[in-house]
Design a protein around this ligand. Sequence first.
Ligand code: IPE
Ligand code: IPE
Ligand code: MG
Length: 251
Amino acid sequence: MAFSFFRKKQGDVAGQVDFDHLPRHIAIILDGNGRWAKRRGLPRTAGHRAGSENFRTIATYCRDIGIQYLTVYAFSTENWKRPKDEVETIMGLLKKYLLEAIDTMERDNVRLHFMGDLSVLTPELQDLAAQCNAISARLTGCLCSICINYGGRAEIVHAAQSFANDCLTGAVKPGDLTEETFENYLYSGHIPSPDLLIRPGGEQRLSNFLLWQCAYSEFYFTPVLWPDFSKRELLKAIANYQHRSRRFGGV
Ligand code: IPE
Ligand code: IPE
Ligand code: MG
């Protein structure tokens, strides 16, 4: 099998995963960076650095085993409340990640997509995100969506405003709105809903993530902090998901 190398490396846990029926779309709330640092007597910013490194590892692994869509919550509309130096560190890590992605995504065949209101980011960050989008348009591989300045409620309000504007121009009528047409106004319009939503870090809440899209997602919570969330932990989550019965309201 093409991915046997990646499977073998994770040993016993890999044996519990059916690699031919992986979730098509995995979403992850990248939580627990601050506590990871605190436990080591380090500043919270060190936790964000470790979390950012781990994101690289897990995103690459998702691509290797054949996950088609990965969506991660990196910075929420509420995270601006944090101390200025912490926000600046996170934005600095984002810049570093985007610069590296511009150099490597073509070789790796990983598409990057951004969800959230990027208009409040610096012009430099917006430009780097636009460069990633342009490269992604030429690629076909795993689609990795990074949610920045993202809030599920803000996304729904933004979609409603866009639809109302299209009504004003006469492009559509209010009666045209269905669940399917509304989805096209969301940041995730062209992406299927997540099959599996993972939240490391011990909290059992959505914190305003993908409110519309998670209507029928399977949730997996673990106390493992995001910087410690390894490939093995990902496989454990997938194995757990594969034992669920998804009924979508049926029998
Ligand atoms: C997640 O880790 C990263 C962001 C929200 C940007 P946290 O910084 O929330 O870590 P904890 O929850 O305080 O441990
Ligand atoms: C959710 O984590 C947001 C991200 C991981 C980007 P938070 O740490 O902000 O969530 P709360 O405050 O515990 O709900
Ligand atoms: Mg947190």
